[in-house]
Design a protein around this ligand. Structure first.
Ligand code: ZN
Length: 331
């Protein structure tokens, strides 16, 4: 898989390493917290975090956590692997402190949009982005699918198409549109089997995104039985004020991986993504772009773009180039 692992560092990581002005080396500033317990952030709400970690007896529990002051303003998001200190227990009133955020393998982010003025990291360490779209009722939003694909591909996260309600409309046109991208696709229908989707989710950390009404909640309810979710006392950390926009990680039965629901994510602003970011997800085209004129945006009408010649030379296919350009304009 060529796209993974190249964007391992996000800005937070870089900043934390840069030893900001006036601070002494960290080792002298605070204890090293070698006794910290490893955990994973599974929910975030208003400055409180739910961290899955092992208690002193080795049992896995959901500990309520706060950020240690020494972490400054570094963001902590669902999926982050962290170190916590304090007595790890399932008691929601017993707070532990997050003292360490491990380097992230991937970062799914979105640019500020009309609903939210800040660029946000949505999820850390996801391996897959499952783009859930209905085939009818509501009609597929191809623009949203395109933007989700760009967000995943530029983040080194494998996209998966999940097309629901196939009992209402055939999937062929949508599948055809994305065929050149070789994106795994699952087609489901109401009341039908989810075995194929479950197989794709296995051993992955999969973020599910989709408009309301596409059947995402139905999928999640079917994949993660309520008995499992009852233990995810998400509402407890916010004292019942859990904001619906927060992401939450839910473990699949038999420890078969994680699904991360993103109830509040309705779009992906992509202003932080440029043409070369996307090109990076197309290794068959990337080398050809080195012969473009400087500043080339790689559009179909750009006189200095070498990609058409590159494809004509047989390094890639017209369909791949068309798919790249289709995503390029979706930003
Ligand atoms: Zn070009």
């Amino acid at each position: 898989m060529s796209v993974a692992r190249r964007r391992e560092l996000d800005e937070d990581d870089v900043r934390s390493r840069a030893n900001p002005r006036g601070t002494r080396p960290r080792s002298k500033q605070r204890p090293a917290h070698e006794d910290a317990t490893d955990g994973m952030v599974i929910a975030v709400d208003r400055g409180r975090f739910l961290v899955l970690a092992r208690d002193p007896a080795g049992r896995e529990v959901e500990a309520t956590a706060m950020r240690a002051r020494e972490l400054g303003r570094r963001g902590i998001v669902v999926g982050d692997r962290v170190g916590v200190v304090g007595t790890v227990s399932g008691d929601p009133d017993a707070l532990v402190r997050i003292v360490r955020i491990d380097e992230r393998d991937t970062v799914l982010r979105r640019t500020a949009d009309d609903n939210d003025p800040n660029e946000r990291v949505i999820v850390a360490n996801a391996t897959q982005l499952v783009i859930v779209s209905a085939l009818a009722d509501p009609e597929p939003s191809l623009g949203l699918i395109d933007r989700c694909l760009v967000a995943a591909l530029t983040a080194g996260i494998e996209p998966v198409l999940c097309l629901t309600k196939a009992d209402l409309a055939a999937p062929d046109a949508v599948l055809e549109r994305y065929a050149a991208l070789s994106v795994p696709a699952v087609v489901t229908q109401r009341g039908g089997s989810l075995d194929e989707l479950s197989a794709l989710l296995r051993d992955n950390v999969s973020v599910l995104v989709g408009h309301s009404g596409v059947g995402k909640s139905t999928l999640i309810n079917a994949l993660v039985p309520s008995a499992l979710r009852a233990t995810g006392s998400v509402s407890a950390i916010g004292k019942g004020r859990h904001t619906s926009s927060s992401a939450v990680a839910l473990r699949l039965p038999d420890d078969a991986g994680w699904v991360i629901d993103t109830p509040g994510v309705r779009s992906f602003g992509l202003a932080h993504v440029d043409a070369d970011d996307l090109l990076w997800a197309f290794p068959d085209l990337e080398d050809g772009a080195t012969q473009c004129l400087p500043g080339c945006e790689h559009g179909p009408d750009e006189p200095g773009c070498h990609l058409d010649a590159w494809v004509a030379e047989g390094h890639s296919t017209p369909a791949r180039l068309a798919a790249f350009r289709q995503l390029l304009v979706s930003r």
